[in-house]
Ligand binder design. Structure first.
Ligand code: NAD
Length: 266
């Protein structure tokens, strides 16, 4: 008997499931989308750049699944509502939603942070997640009421939600709020078979952290404080994404998944 024939536990096979990843055209979102596609899920991605969307969707379709992209600004309620309805009708259903789209900003200090920056980060990182999850829940609740319960909602928060992140007060507030929102959603929607969890990335090498990656002081001071002694990579989020989209996590809700190479406990 070949080794693979002896594997009978296969909950991580996502064939027949549809996953939506906001901000799925690059970075952590694309890392998750790629693993989900490689596990058999059909994938829908949202992003603001049409060119990046098309490139990412083509790479995901090359995994042999149905993959499509929508140009959506998650800080626009109408766009989120229209796109969620369109994904459900085009892809047939939505089983897992990863609210990953997010932005950072460079602020010299809290006292120098202006209101426009505060409003902008709130609109993408918090309003965007609220509308994405509300529309996802509307789909999942009505599907459950029609006799087909189930679903997984995943918010990409940040260690900034639970650790003091200097010069990041607005960003940290959005991520803390996302965690609180997820816990409420988890309790309210368990009766529909829907679970909700948060992922808290540590220091991950993406466009968002380009400045830190290029800063020698960061390499000297922060990298030695990461037990894994390296930056996280988008593909480090594949495993947790597949687990949360799969039936293996059917009884796992309201939890926080810290993916940081051990940074938070060191
Ligand atoms: P990234 O900049 O590489 O990717 C961000 C993605 O979000 C892109 O696909 C972009 O198109 C999309 N996006 C941005 N604004 C959008 C909008 N208004 N509407 C729709 N899509 C939008 O960043 P990343 O590092 O991959 O970040 C992904 C998530 O992880 C974010 O929520 C971020 O806050 C979080 N995070 C990142 C780190 C890190 O170290 N990189 C750490 C903690 C948390």
């Amino acid at each position: 008997m070949r080794q693979e024939d002896r594997v009978t536990y296969k909950p991580f096979n996502l064939q027949g499931k549809v996953a939506l990843i906001t901000g799925g055209n690059r970075g952590i979102g694309f890392g998750m989308a790629q693993a989900l596609a490689q596990s058999g899920a059909d994938v829908a991605i949202w992003g603001t750049s049409a060119a990046r969307n098309e490139e990412a969707a083509a790479a995901l379709a090359a995994e042999g699944v149905n993959a499509a992209a929508w140009r959506v600004d998650v800080s626009n309620e109408d766009e989120v509502m229209a796109a969620m309805a369109d994904v459900a009708s085009t892809m047939g259903r939505i089983d897992a939603v990863f609210a990953n789209a997010g932005i950072g900003y460079g602020a010299p200090s809290f006292v120098d942070m202006d209101t426009a920056v505060y409003r902008k980060v709130m609109s993408v990182n918090l309003d965007g997640v609220f509308w994405t999850f509300r529309e996802a829940c509307r789909h999942m609740v009505s599907r459950a009421q029609a006799g087909d319960p189930g679903g997984s909602l995943v918010g990409v928060a940040s260690l900034a939600a639970i650790e003091g992140a200097a010069r990041n007060e607005a960003y940290a507030a959005t991520k803390g709020a996302v965690i609180s929102m997820i816990k409420s959603i988890a309790v309210e929607h368990a009766r529909y078979g829907v679970r909700a969890n948060a992922i808290l990335p540590g220091w991950i090498a993406t466009d968002m952290t380009a400045n830190a990656q290029a800063n020698p002081a960061f390499a000297d001071k922060v990298l030695p404080r990461i037990p894994a002694r390296r930056w996280g990579r988008p593909e480090d989020f594949g495993g947790v994404a597949v687990y949360l989209a799969s039936d293996a996590s059917a009884y796992h809700s309201g939890d926080l998944f810290v993916v940081d190479g051990g940074y938070a406990i060191f």
